[in-house]
Design a protein around this ligand. Sequence first.
Ligand code: ADP
Length: 215
Amino acid sequence: MPDAYSATIEKYWCQRYILFSRFDDGVNMDEEGWFSVTPEVIAHYQASRCASGTVIDCFTGVGGNAIQFAQRCNHVIAIDIDPSKIGFARHNAAIYRVDDLIDFIVGDFFVLAPKLKADTVFLSPPWGGPDYAKVETYDMKTMLRPHDGYTLFNVAKEIASRVVMFLPRNVNFNQLAELSLSACPPWSLEVEKVHLNGKLKAVTAYFSRPPVGGC
Ligand code: ADP
């Protein structure tokens, strides 16, 4: 491991090819990226499930998901509030030769949201740091940042007919059901437990607007 990395990265360094299979081609990220990037095999699978039309990756980080979406979808919009994250995402996308298939935007998703339209909104929002693993049940009302899960879902469902959320493994499933039922008419919900190397890693929730009907 290069000396420039802090000791806390050591655990993640061993997983570098799980995070990015092309790591040795020059993948680069900051410390937060190491903790929060979606492992490539998971991002690849999520992209296969979202494969069509326009996808917006609303909290792009260093680009793990956006790179995989670009290999499957017609158009990808990658948003992050932190310009340096977008810099890393663009650099990493170039390594996978998909940088010209992604529109990178530096901005606050919640400010941009009213102007966005897409087929799928993908949300891998800040989980609130590593403390999520210290509680038995992750509460989307109080632990998600910068806004709760309800605000996030309500904003996202105005943009697309499919909303995909990547959430902590201990997320409260009743709250996910509450979200889908809060829409009018209720949206369908599919929850997937994501295992990596035999360990439950996270949960992906797929919400879809029903094709017909109203309230
Ligand atoms: P985690 O808790 O999963 O480590 P982070 O704090 O790393 O989450 O946040 C995930 C990404 O979301 C970061 O790249 C961060 O810059 C970005 N982000 C945070 N708030 C916003 C926002 N309002 N709009 C767009 N991107 C955001």
